[in-house]
Design a protein around this ligand. Structure first.
Ligand code: AMP
Length: 417
């Protein structure tokens, strides 16, 4: 299958070639012709599947064909859950749009930074906006843009949007959009609430299911290493020393752990930094740029901060703390093995978290052999509780620990290390 058989115009094919994409990914093969036809789309696709180009290419073609004179009218709206994803999506669409004959205005709108520059940016209009829902509504209230000309709406990472509590904002935005429009819905997972939202939004959608990550992406080697909770930092240092990994994204449960572990690695001479939600936007951008430029080898991140990070060829993702849910597991390991590149996803599992990891495996129909690393064999197994209620990572949903509990546990762990 080639890009030229999908119905894309010569201008867009040129943009694809400029970007260096040789063959379309499965989600692109399925979505591009449907979107060009004007159909609604419901796609189960994860980050790394090439989903951004899957919706961006046909929508850019639509904007190129139907371009309007100034002031520019907002015709394509893409909603995303985080500012990082807003920036990255806008960046990749700009890169594709650059090679197109007619210049398009693409704006990224997200919270956590001053609204004024974004208002300035919207003067004269925009053709395509990538936005987080809260900031988009703020800008509409400030009369900085309106949605009455939107012809295509994309919900990207719909499960994340709902996970992050954007349900009300999405409802308000849907009410402001023209009833006659194309809606494209992308989500890695489909819990009930996501299904319900898709049902409300979509009209006879073309359904696309790219094979689920855990079973069908042989490019990602999934490993589980048994280790006592108190020895995880030492094991991480050992693994970093023993393996020729480039960049490693380490996931932890709390901001405190992110800071603490990054600090320990740093003091051990490893180029590591924390990455969590309390950093300013400037600080996040800087850390991310250093990581992308390989000035940092290890990023110790929380789920919230790491959502949507797109770093090409991230070879290793490591779950220092297990994710709270099977959905988070999918999202975390989706950070590696991007578009045909191979990757490794390692989970540290201890006696306390074994049952929780087993649940994640069951959800994904996955079976990871439990490995042990010489010198780091766990000693806690004999006393392991049967149930996961006291999992060190916050356990299963509904049994979440308080912040204080987590801090206390982290402090107790420090004393052991
Ligand atoms: P996404 O799933 O949209 O986050 O894309 C993941 C990565 O794959 C991005 O770095 C894209 O630039 C890249 N990519 C998207 N489509 C293709 C393609 N057809 N061939 C090669 N790389 C691609």
């Amino acid at each position: 299958m080639s890009f030229s058989s999908l119905g894309l115009s010569p201008a867009i094919l040129h943009a694809v070639a400029e970007r260096g994409y040789a063959t379309p990914t499965p989600v692109q093969v399925a979505a591009i012709p449907a979107i060009l036809r004007g159909a609604d789309v419901l796609a189960a696709a994860q980050t790394g599947s090439g989903k951004t180009a899957a919706f961006a290419l046909p929508l850019l073609q639509f904007l190129q064909d139907g371009r309007t004179d100034k002031p520019r009218k907002l015709r394509v709206l893409i909603l995303v859950p985080t500012r990082e994803l807003a920036q990255q999506t806008a960046e990749s669409i700009r890169a594709l749009a650059q090679a197109c004959p007619h210049s398009l205005k693409i704006a990224a709108l997200f919270g956590g930074v001053s609204i004024n520059p974004q208002m300035m940016d919207l003067r004269g209009g925009a053709d395509l906006v990538v936005a987080t829902p809260g900031r988009l509504l703020d800008l509409i209230e400030h009369n900085a843009l309106k949605l009455s000309d939107v012809a295509s709406l994309v919900l990207d990472e719909a499960d994340r949007l709902l996970d992050m509590g954007f349900s009300d904002e999405i409802t308000r935005i849907l009410a402001l959009l023209p009833g006659q429009r194309q809606s494209l819905f992308f989500s890695a997972t489909f819990p009930t609430a996501v299904h319900a939202l898709a049902g409300r939004m979509l009209h006879q959608p073309v359904r696309i299911a790219v094979p689920a990550l855990a079973q069908n992406q042989p490019d990602i080697e999934q490993r589980a290493i048994m280790v006592d909770a108190g020895r995880r930092t030492q094991l991480l240092r050992h693994l970093l020393k023993e393996n020729q990994w480039g960049r490693v994204l380490v996931f932890v449960a709390t901001k405190y752990s992110a800071e603490h572990i990054a600090d320990k690695l740093h003091r051990a001479g490893i180029k590591a930094a924390a990455f969590h939600g309390e950093f300013s936007q400037g600080a996040r951008d800087e850390v991310l740029a250093d990581f992308k430029a390989s000035k940092l080898q290890v990023l110790v991140a929380t789920d919230v901060a790491a959502r949507g990070i797109d770093i090409a060829q991230l070879p290793v993702v490591l779950n220092y703390d297990l994710p709270r849910s099977a959905v988070d597991y999918t999202h975390r390991i989706g950070r590696t093995g991007r578009a045909g590149k191979s990757g490794i996803a390692i989970s540290f599992v201890s006696a306390d978290t074994e049952a929780h990891f087993h649940l994640i495996e069951k959800r994904h129909n996955l079976k990871c052999e439990r490995e042990q690393i010489a010198g780091f064999e766990p000693v806690d197994i004999a006393t392991a509780p049967a149930a996961p209620a006291a999992a060190a990572n916050g356990g299963i949903k509904g049994k979440r620990k308080s912040k204080k509990d987590k801090l206390r546990e982290a402090a107790a762990r420090d004393e052991n290390e």
